[in-house]
Design a binder for this molecule. Structure first.
Ligand code: HEC
Length: 132
């Protein structure tokens, strides 16, 4: 009887730890997703975010940062193109960055390697979850 109780206890412990693991994984995808959204908003938002004077309607058709699920209608090829565009800005001069920015928007800055890493990490996790 005691043995059975002990077994049940171990089983319940195992069950709860599995539950925690799932929760933590979900949490971390939320964090990864949020970081990626922050990076894109900062570097691409002047055109790809709705409701601004500088918003570009054609840019919104490609991806719209106004929603948390902006990536739902993005395919892998485009996701890689986004990463490519972000990366290409890392080594750009201020003049080159200004050339890619809308007039009247915030002064552009080059993405840091940490920001690129954050977005790159999001792309990898997203690809793992979206085999299309
Ligand atoms: C000056 C406004 C502007 C900014 C800033 C901007 N975009 Fe865009 N983007 C557009 C417009 C307009 C289009 C649609 C027309 C086209 O293809 O050029 C577009 C299209 C795209 C495309 C689809 C074309 C392709 O090569 O597949 C990607 C990917 C993209 N943008 C990524 C980005 C990323 C990532 C950033 C930030 C690093 C960014 N854009 C910043 C205006 C902008």
């Amino acid at each position: 009887m005691k043995q059975r109780a002990a077994l049940l206890f171990v089983f319940l412990l195992l069950l709860s730890s599995i539950g925690e693991g799932v929760e933590r994984r979900e949490d971390s995808f939320t964090v990864i997703r949020k970081r990626a959204h922050d990076v894109l908003t900062k570097h691409c938002g002047s055109c790809h975010l709705p409701g601004l004077l500088t918003t570009n309607q054609n840019a919104l058709k490609i991806f719209n940062l106004g929603t948390d699920s902006w990536f739902l209608n993005v395919d892998e090829k485009r996701m890689q193109a986004m990463l490519g565009r972000l990366k290409s800005r890392e080594s750009m001069s201020q003049i080159e960055l200004l050339h890619l920015s809308p007039k009247g928007g915030p002064s552009p800055v080059a993405p840091t390697s940490e920001e690129i890493q954050d977005f790159s990490y999001f792309v990898s996790s997203w690809i793992l979850n979206n085999p299309n």
